[in-house]
Design a binder for this molecule. Sequence first.
Ligand SMILES: Cc1cc2nc3c(=O)[nH]c(=O)nc-3n(C[C@H](O)[C@H](O)[C@H](O)COP(=O)(O)O)c2cc1C
Length: 368
Amino acid sequence: MIGKAFRVSIFGESHGKCVGAVIEGCPPGIEVNPDDIRRDLERRRPGKDEFSSPRDEEDDFTILSGVFNGRTTGAPITIVVWNRDVDSAPYEKIKDIPRPGHADYVARIKYFGFNDYRGGGIFSGRITAALVAAGSIAKKVLEKFGIEVLAYVFQIGNVRMREDMTLEEIRENLPKSPVACPDLEASRGIVDLLRDIKNEGDSIGGIIEAVALNVPVGLGEPPIDTLDGDLAKAMFVIPAVKGIEFGAGFRLAQMRGSEANDQLTVRDGRVEFRTNNAGGILGGMSNGAPIRFRVVIKPTPSILKPQRSVNLREMREVDLKLRGRFDTCIAIRAVPVVEAVFAIVLTDHLLRWLSWRGYWSSGGRSTG
Ligand SMILES: Cc1cc2nc3c(=O)[nH]c(=O)nc-3n(C[C@H](O)[C@H](O)[C@H](O)COP(=O)(O)O)c2cc1C
């Protein structure tokens, strides 16, 4: 489960009937517009561009509980996203031959062979549709407090976006990029790169950057449930995430304290930081600056290029030639997933922070 106040668990398998999420602890009265959920799911949906898996899912969903007359009731919310375009035949042929880079081998050992291996089962990117649906509700809670979350492709292969882009430019350009990269020149470079990679029958990794704006000071519950710690843990719920860095991240290793420290100033009667190398988090708590982190997503494990694996029934090495439906680069479709999980963790910590501030006595409007 992600969260302690706003709690999200997910269920379902790639080729089962559905994937879904149960959200507990969501305050009552939050407006739920199915069009918002649909819009978020659409950004993650496969089959809509030349580089994503041609699995043609409508991502048709049903809210089973917790929403009445268009608003949350305070009871657990259950959302299911139905699986329609399921083709399990290719997986029957390779059920004894684990795909390198995928969870097949480990899952077979851990679950004594009882796991649903079709389409990767619970280890499929499909489960992220449930996270996106839950994140859509979390965003509605954040919206009430003016908190905005945004994610986009920062880098694919060696093609990286300009780092001096303003948030306005990023917001304006994002809908124009077919690969969710706000730097449109980099976006074109990524499209060219992906065409080459796809022609080679291969895949490639990428980095997603995420930003949250207007987060009040003090979200995070040190010493254990730090905001950065909880974000990191939740990001690893997303399959294929292999690392996370906050603010200047691993570049901090090359910096002096005098350069890394975000010095304080006062602007319009408010404390601000002159730089944001901390990525908006100090001591495991939000410091009022934009929260900014990057996650690295590995290349799609399933590729058309032949690879060596092992037939586990016969215990001999074999050539594995996959014939299936894969993304050339997972990072692009994972963008709304990162955004959703970010929103879920922030909502959890916002509710925990508000409980100290007397959420009910302030009518849920106080942002400190
Ligand atoms: C949105 C999304 C789509 C994915 N699509 C595929 C895919 O088409 N083929 C594949 O082999 N892996 C895909 N994955 C990645 C695997 O699910 C993941 O690599 C696998 O579960 C092993 O887990 P790990 O990479 O976290 O170790 C996808 C992941 C995400 C987030």
